[in-house]
Design a protein. Structure first.
Length: 552
């Protein structure tokens, strides 16, 4: 879980009751190993200490803290089942020997909840979180460990797509940290977790502010762990990605990756995450060959860690398939998308929002192959899942409406498509900044739909808005190229504005040429893109000819 760190070790003196004074203490070497990100060393030292403790005092509560912290470290290493076993043993001992309101029992419940969450056993995890926090609420003592417990419970809800339920719990964690003037690391963690929840709800501006606060706190610490700094860089980069600020985000993704690659103790799961995130950023910038390289690095790690497959492997298959599709390797991509969807259906509970991602991406691939009837069926499945789990106005619904609207436009079902494209535009206008590239895409798709319906005045309004938005993008950005080209085509169809059309074609051609120059080789993908760009250059010639004839 993203809130899990060794807070109970670092603040053990504050959160343990007086009755626990005779318990075995945590070796400072364990704390140093954890701070340095060497979780395997921390686990080894804790296991050795626990073995000695169990041999010396098998029937007392002397070993409780060692066992609870071993569960914490095992969870950080992705060993959820081992973490569950130690958490249950600690809970059994604590409930047998301690008073019902003892906060050590609350800590054991918390560790058990985290281990269950990591195994996707959400209902059991929520019950354990509730049991942990009930003890803290009775005691009325709010310390950093309590804030972490609220944050972890909120994360459990967030992962299930229950973002609105999670937000108040995240805010409570932040409020507790502020009230107790928590240290930089604790506050940074609370800010980051709330920000990630707001990202999931499309509240990008507030989320960015919190993430920059978290990063500033971590950078201000004299001995910030690389693992914490890299997490802050990565979180902020993902927020900027969501806002369409890809070059800014790329620099942060590369900072996060550099920190993780340099640190010899970086867990493989975190290194894979950095590769995946950078791959996604580069894909948004249409740098597909680079993107594929990083996605494959992530896939190698994740398949090694999870040979039977899990959600992370499914996501990587899905992302790699997107890049293959963009490189015109569509059949290869379809196989990966079907594997990804199969894994998701096996991992998540029925109706989880993650299903919609799988349906959407497979549908997009099928659409590109011309299998429009099958694609429409998957888009509609995605829409059903998202409406049921997120609500019809959720920011994530915009992409599904947009995708299905485009497909129905292609199938000449213009009226149905228009309704969906307008819904997508309405959601994006409410959730995204005014110059977000996806907002421009919505105006473009709606304008094109109206153009095909011969509603020229309405079409022109949306096409001009798309050009206005995408003009802030680099000349080679695909959204900018297609926006300028489509408006130029509209003006060509209508006739009379050949000088303006010529300028628009020229802008699109400049971007297309920049993209060609940036290609590393004349691959099949590069050749396919050149064929797609051919109408831009022929349109430029036609507009120049017509403009010259008009000027005579």
């Amino acid at each position: 879980m993203r809130t899990v760190w060794l807070v109970s070790i670092l603040s053990a003196a504050m959160i343990l009751p007086a009755a626990a004074a005779e318990r075995w203490t945590i070796d400072p070497a364990v704390i140093d190993a954890f701070k340095g990100g060497d979780y395997q060393q921390a686990q080894r030292l804790l296991r050795e200490a626990l073995q000695r403790c169990d041999a010396a005092e098998p029937k007392s509560d002397a070993c409780l803290d060692l066992r609870i912290e071993l569960s914490t470290v095992s969870a950080e290493l992705g060993q959820a089942r081992a973490a569950e076993i130690d958490a249950r043993r600690a809970l059994t001992t604590a409930t047998r020997l301690l008073k019902p309101d003892d906060r050590t029992i609350a800590r054991a419940h918390h560790r058990l909840a985290v281990a269950l969450h990591d195994q996707r056993r959400f209902a059991e995890a929520e019950a354990a979180f509730a049991a942990s926090l009930a003890i803290h609420e009775v005691a009325g003592i709010y310390r950093s460990g309590v804030a972490v417990a609220y944050g972890d419970w909120a994360t459990c809800l967030d992962v299930q797509g229950r973002h609105a339920e999670a937000e108040p719990l995240f805010r409570k964690a932040v409020a507790i940290d502020r009230a107790m003037r928590a240290d930089y690391l604790v506050s940074a963690t609370s800010y980051s977790n709330l920000a990630l929840n707001l990202n999931n709800q499309g509240k990008f501006v507030e989320a960015e502010r919190l993430l920059r606060m978290a990063l500033a706190l971590r950078e201000a610490m004299a001995f910030s762990r690389p693992v914490d700094l890299s997490l802050s860089y990565s979180n902020l980069a993902s927020n900027l990605d969501a806002q369409g600020r890809y070059p800014e985000a790329e620099a942060l993704h590369r900072q996060a990756l550099a920190l993780r690659e340099r640190a010899p103790t970086t867990p493989a799961v975190k290194l894979a995450l950095s590769y995946n995130n950078l791959g996604a950023n580069l894909a948004h910038q249409r740098r597909y060959a680079e993107s594929e390289t990083y996605y494959r690095k992530a896939l190698v790690i994740r398949e090694r860690l999870f040979p039977a497959g899990n959600e992370e492997v499914a996501i990587t298959y899905n992302n790699l398939a997107d890049v293959l599709t963009s490189q015109d390797r569509i059949a290869e991509a379809e196989l990966m998308l079907r594997r990804s969807l199969k894994m998701r259906l096996a991992v998540w509970p029925k109706g989880h929002p993650s299903f919609a991602n799988g349906y959407n991406n497979l549908a997009s691939n099928l659409h590109a192959q011309g299998k429009v009837a099958e694609a429409e069926g998957y888009y509609r499945k995605a829409m059903e899942v998202e409406r049921a789990s997120l609500g019809s106005g959720h920011p994530r619904m915009a992409q599904t409406y947009f995708n299905l609207g485009q497909l129905l436009t292609d199938r000449r079902k213009f009226a149905d498509a228009e309704l969906l494209l307008r819904d997508a535009l309405k959601i994006r206008e409410a959730a995204l900044p005014a110059k977000h590239p996806e907002l421009g895409q919505s105006h473009l798709a709606l304008g094109f739909n109206l153009l095909l319906q011969r509603r020229f005045d309405e079409a022109r309004e949306h096409l001009r808005r798309a050009v206005e938005i995408q003009r802030d993008q680099p000349a080679a950005h695909p959204y900018r190229i297609i926006a300028h080209f489509t408006l130029a085509e509209y003006l060509s169809i209508r006739g009379g504005a050949w000088a303006e059309a010529r300028v628009l074609y020229r802008d699109a051609a400049t971007g297309a040429l920049d993209r060609m120059r940036s290609a590393s080789d004349f691959s099949a993908a590069a050749r396919a893109e050149l064929r797609k760009d051919q109408p831009i250059f022929s349109g430029q010639v036609r507009a120049a000819w017509q403009a010259s004839q008009t000027a005579r």
